[in-house]
Design a binder for this molecule. Structure first.
Ligand code: XIL
Length: 349
């Protein structure tokens, strides 16, 4: 009964409008093809969860189950069962599936992080993982985050120290980022290959330094013939985020390089302008809704921006702390003001 009521609330409140349907009606008016969300297969059995995801969104990413630790928990043995559940959910609901990710310093199995592997051994491990995963999902993923979060948070924004960074320049004559992208292109020449990171969305304000570093890294990859098709701007930010103009400018400069941009992991924690002392209120919910809409508008307006995606979709299941209300649907799968604002933005485009 509870599930039925929840389902009725969703349809009742929104009429037949959903992000995916409204985006479809826009057709060629925008190059933005997807409004997406990260999902976790652990909640698919909850009809409110899977129903909201499949009704509203036309792209999903696995929150965790396609990461290195999920797929190659044991060295040399590949387990796609959890990642497959998300890919099949996408297929069954005519949604696109976005792969996340094949190379990161986090969410790695202990055999990898504690293995004390030599540089040539790590090159083999990386190439084998990237190749096996990309080949397995050949033709089934619209994009892969080949490398995630490689850049340090402070000047000079070198590559972060992690397991993969033990691959030395001498060994590969470049670095592990290049190794991963080259392996990915070889494994599936048709897959769109993305570099994905956080605090890199705006080329202005506090994120300018890391944003410029990422832009320079990606440009250098292109200059050196390393295959890359797009960049993911995560955007774990807050309701007080005020660098939207810089986000547009940043997306445009990637477009000028011939790259696609995906907003990949957007969530807006309840925050006061310069801090995180959240006081959730109608006003705050409105502010959040308006910001979601403004960012969506920026994506729709920017030719390079083809995917607008949040990290989860319901406050019931967010990686962020309880009480931060970061996502468009509330804990009960009811629409927050963000849903209406985003639908208005799409419908009015
Ligand atoms: C997070 C998941 O949401 C959590 O469940 C997990 O414990 C850690 O990873 N940047 C990324 C995502 O690229 O993979 C992260 O996902 C959030 C930050």
């Amino acid at each position: 009964m509870k599930l039925l009521l929840a389902a009725l609330t969703i349809t009742g409140a929104s009429g037949s409008d959903t992000f995916r349907d409204t985006l479809t009606t826009l057709g060629d008016k925008t190059t933005t093809k997807y409004v997406g969300a990260a999902v976790n297969e652990g909640w698919f059995s909850d009809a409110s969860y899977s129903g909201t995801a499949s009704d509203y969104y036309n792209l999903v990413t696995a929150e965790n189950s396609c990461k290195f630790s999920a797929i190659q928990h044991t060295q040399g043995s590949f387990d796609f069962s959890s990642c497959d559940q998300v890919q099949k959910f996408a297929e069954d609901n005519s949604m696109a599936f976005r792969g996340h990710n094949t190379c990161w310093g986090v969410n790695n199995p202990s055999w990898l992080d504690n293995g004390n592997f030599t540089s040539p051994e790590l090159v083999d491990i990386l190439e084998n993982h990237v190749t096996t995963v990309l080949k397995y999902y050949k033709g089934k993923a619209v994009a892969w985050d080949v490398v995630n979060e490689a850049i340090s948070d402070a000047a000079p924004y070198d590559l972060k120290l992690n397991t993969w960074n033990n691959i030395t320049a001498d060994e590969v004559n470049t670095n592990y980022v290049d190794v991963a992208f080259r392996a990915a292109r070889q494994a599936d020449p048709d897959a769109k290959l993305f570099y994905n990171d956080y605090n890199v969305a705006s080329s202005q304000g506090w994120s300018q330094g890391k944003s410029d570093a990422m832009y320079n890294m990606v440009k250098s990859m292109l200059d050196r013939g390393v295959p890359i098709d797009g960049v993911g701007l995560q955007m774990h930010v807050g309701t007080g985020y005020d660098l939207v103009d810089g986000v547009k400018a940043n997306m445009e400069r990637y477009g000028d390089l011939g790259l696609e941009v995906h907003i990949t992991e957007l969530d807006l924690v309840c925050s006061q302008k310069n801090g995180y002392d959240c006081v959730w209120s109608d006003d705050m919910e409105k502010q959040q809704g308006e910001l979601y809409a403004t960012l969506l508008q920026a994506c729709l307006d920017t030719e390079a921006c083809t995917n607008f995606e949040t990290w989860g979709f319901t406050d019931a299941h967010s990686w962020l702390e309880d009480g931060t209300h970061p996502l468009p649907f509330d804990e009960n799968y009811d629409q927050k003001k963000a849903v209406g604002s985003m639908l208005d933005t799409l419908a009015g485009y």
